[in-house]
Design a protein. Sequence first.
Length: 99
Amino acid sequence: MAGTVPEPDIADSRNVVLADGHAVRVAVSMKQPRVVVFEGFLTPEECRELVEQARPRLSRSETVDNAHGGSEVNAARTSDGMFFARGETPLLARIEARI
């Protein structure tokens, strides 16, 4: 194995953990495969702010162009997407610290 993967401390079966001072509920936890599903990781306000920050930069998602390399718009894929840089805004820095 290349290294250890950080994970939340839920060994004592707690159903709420503190992440960067923010209470997050553990909704589901499995050992194999290792899966932990959190509820309330972001507040409703953080969700709204994140969507608003992303909205102006959303563009049609692309797929890999196997014939020529690169990427291309595919009619079967109808999602929009965008990327933030690490710590790009105070909100993103706060979310990253929580992660």
